[in-house]
Design a protein around this ligand. Structure first.
Ligand code: CU
Length: 160
């Protein structure tokens, strides 16, 4: 795990690129990063109700002319990290690769997918940031820094 954490730090230096807000009409794109045609934004981790599991959410926009696929998500913040519960999945379980069609935005939100952070290496509390490493088939690796927000707080991008 220390190795992965170190890799994430190195990766953050090499790959991390904050996406600045664009305009108010399109609501601010926050907590995001871009690789190739893929932009991940509005990332957050909800303050967990218990110490053993937390959930991360984000939106993925594909500005390219071909589909791309989210293959996996990793994080040094938890022992097990997996994409759960995408629309169409049966019950609460790990989901397969997520394809984002050209021009499409897919938003993980409560009831429509989350990244499950099981067995966090330390308590996940508001004010912290959780680094997520997303691997896409075409866009490659993308590092996202997701703020931990309080249980009742409005998520980035609003409640949608
Ligand atoms: Cu889950």
């Amino acid at each position: 795990m220390a190795v992965l954490a170190a890799l994430l730090v190195i990766g953050a230096l090499a790959l991390g690129r904050e996406v600045p807000p664009i305009n108010a009409a399109d609501h601010a794109v926050t907590h995001g990063a871009t690789a190739g045609s893929i932009t991940v934004f509005d990332a957050y981790v909800r303050e967990p109700a218990t110490d053993d599991v937390a959930a991360a959410y984000f939106a993925i926009r594909n500005d390219g002319s071909a589909p791309d696929t989210l293959l996996s998500v990793h994080s040094g913040a938890a022992a097990t990290v997996s994409v759960h519960d995408l629309p169409g999945a049966a019950g609460h379980q790990a989901s397969g690769p997520l394809t984002i069609e050209a021009g499409q935005t897919v938003r993980l939100r409560p009831g429509e997918g989350h990244v499950m952070l099981e067995s966090p290496v330390s308590p996940i509390t508001p004010g912290q940031r959780v680094t997520l490493l997303l691997r896409f088939q075409d866009a490659g690796e993308l590092l996202v820094s997701a703020p931990v927000i309080p249980i009742g707080a409005e998520p980035p991008g609003g409640r949608q």
